[in-house]
Every structure is written in structure tokens, then in C-alpha cells.
Write a protein that binds this ligand. Sequence first.
Ligand code: NAI
Ligand code: MG
Length: 399
Amino acid sequence: MAKRTIVAMPGDGIGKPVLDETLRVLDAAGFDADYVNADIGWEFWCKEGNPLPQRAIDLIEKHKIALFGAITSKPKDAAFDELAPELKDKGLVYSSPIVGLRQHFDLDICMRPCQSYKGNPLNFIRRGLGNTIEEPEIDTVIFRQNTEGLYGGVEWSNPPEKVYDALMTHSKFVQNFGRVPKEEISVSTRIFTKKATERILRAAFEHAKKYEYKSVTVCEKPNVIRETSGMMYKMAKDMQAADYPNIELWNTNIDAQMMWLTKNPEDYGVIVAGNMFGDIVSDGFAGLIGGLGFACSAQFNPETGIGVFEPTHGSAPKYAEYKKSIVNPIAMIASACMMLDYIAENEIAQIIRKAVAAVIAEGKVRTYDMMKLKGRQEVIEQGAASTTQMVDAIIAKLK
Ligand code: NAI
Ligand code: MG
């Protein structure tokens, strides 16, 4: 088989050390690939006025698979201030390159697995009967629709006449907002399409089938948000009846789900939701397994096969200046394992996951977050492992 080429996009801040160190793990585990670096992030906004240069898009288009660290985003005004002086009169407006990537390649499936590692001191625990302590084993995979819904960007403050007139054709709008001056109204839409809803549901069910999860939970609010949530739940029912009779279909409301998060998280297998609720519920579950140092993700387009694999954490700029990187590389390594699964290198993925699990279970090498320390350069003197030491320990366990 021809050697694979993977696009490596370190981005900003701690994106660089976590990606560099992850490539070291992939190498040591015997994953044979070439890497090409793609430019993305703040530096390219400041120098070129574009945080997602076309050359990066071309590389992803060509090679299909990308590992991504993290980027720094700043509000509009701050972004303008940092733009190179010669670019300031060009009318450029900053927008997030991640969102740009999602839209450009229609990476509409976002997958966020939350699996607890035995021995992780950050695992969620709860009180059982008779004052016992229970540590539920969590193995939940969240499928979040990644391109539509409340994050679709179709919104207005003081909406244009045509939009306002259209809203006024709805009796609920007339009843609840009809007397409010137009200039005092902000509207953010929540648009779901059948095609994208079908795709996220299909991805969730297929994953449940492949990895033998017993249930798929639609986590929305169909009793209140009848049109969008309602459509998703109805489509899920039809799909389950037609194609997945052996998988149970559950239906939870996002608010109740967040309450049940600490009550019975071990009961949930695959969860599927729209953009915003998927974002919320996946952060909730990630908190149960150790938070940002452990939360991995994938975004992909099942039609083109293009996939971008990344930790859910950001660029944590203050840690990026440290001489020795202190951040936890496991979220990035776990994201790389998702990439390996995606390109059918499951064996190598399993070898790496086992090594990570062994290091955590042994408990000798822990990054600062796992020691519940505040992130500072001095954590190394306090016994925390650096990013590099954590990776050395993982590599030593590969076999
Ligand atoms: P962040 O995720 O960068 O950091 C928040 C805090 O989480 C850090 O201060 C640190 O205490 C902890 N943390 C993050 N990653 C960690 C790791 N690997 N190991 C241990 N601890 C870790 O979020 P923040 O501070 O809100 O944003 C910083 C920048 O990142 C902003 O410019 C933001 O726009 C951007 N961002 C980018 C994302 C992406 O690239 N996908 C996602 C989230 C934020
Ligand atoms: Mg989030």
C-alpha cells in the first residue's frame, strides 16, 4: 500500500507541543506516514489577513486526513488591532479558521468519545448507598451535528424588513413579540435540514452497530422545540425501525440529560444531538472523564472522506510561553487514535490506547491537571510530568 500522507496543522499555542509529541507516539507505535505541515492560525491572520490560507485548504483537499492542534481566536476588534499595518485598510474581518474548515469541507459529523481511564484521579465519583464511593465506568460517544442549528450563523439584530415581515406571519411571534419595536429584537435561527439530520443519525447508529453499543439516545427537546428537535427524533425513530431494530432508541431532553449526567452516566452509549446541544452534552461528559486534557474529537464528511482530528481544548496561550510544556498530551493522542480508526489502522490505535491506559493506571507519571495543580511552570518541581515526559512514559509502554 502507498505510504499515507497526513496533514499536520499545529496551529497556535499549545497546539504545537501536543501535536509534535503526538507524532512521536505515532512513529514509535509503527504508524508509517509522511506528514506535511499546513499553515493555520493567528500568525497567518496577522501576517496575511487570513487564518486559513488557501494552501492549507489545498493540502487537506489533496490528502484528506488532517491532525489539528488548536488555534487562538480573538474578538473582532482585538483581531483588527493585531493585523499587519499594510493590511489594515483592506476591509478584512477575522473569522475562526476552524469554523471555516467545517464549512469549506462540510465536516458535518462531529464525534466526541468520552471514555474513562481506570486510575485517572480526575474521574467522576459519586456516593453510593451506605456511604460507599462509586466510580462509574463511562463509555459514551457523542455525535454532534456540526454545521447547522443555532451555530449556523443565520442571525440578525434589528432584522431587515423582509425578515421581520416573515416573522410577523407566525401567530406566536405576533402574540409574544408583536409589540416589541423591531430595533429591540435579535433573532438567531435554528435550522435543521433533512439531509444533515439523516447523516448525523446514520453516523450515530452505524457507530453503535459497529462497536456494539446497546442504545442510541437522541438528546434534544422535541416536546418544546417541535420542528427541529421533533424532526430529528422522528427521523431517528424511522431509521431505527427500518435499519437498526437491535439497537434501542432513547430520547432525552438536554436539560434532564445534564441532570442525569452525574446520576447515571454509565447508562449512555451513543448520544446524538444538534449542534448546540451536542456541544453542551459533550462538554458535560468530558468533565466526567478528566476534562480538557482528555477530550478528543473528530470531524468528518462521510461523502468525501475528509476528516480532521483534534483535541477539544484550545491554544491555552499562557502555557505556550513556558520553556517546558506542562500540558496534557492525551487529548491530542486520543484524537490521533480516532484518526487511526478512521483510516482502518485500528490495531495501532489499540496499541496506543493500551499504552495510555497503562500509564494512567500505574499513576507514576501525571501531568499537572491529573495532580489537580494550578497550571504554572513550577508544577514540574512539584512532581508533575511535562508533556514530553508523559509521552516518553506512553512510548515506553507501547508493545
Ligand atoms: P483553552 O482550552 O485553551 O484553555 C482553558 C484551560 O484549560 C487552560 O488554561 C488550561 O488550564 C486547561 N487546558 C487546556 N488544554 C489543556 C491540556 N491539554 N492539558 C491541561 N490543561 C489544559 O481555552 P481558552 O483559554 O478559553 O481559550 C484559549 C484560546 O483558544 C482562545 O483564543 C480560544 O478562542 C481558543 N480556542 C480554540 C479552540 C480550538 O482550537 N478548537 C477551542 C477552544 C478555544
Ligand atoms: Mg465546546
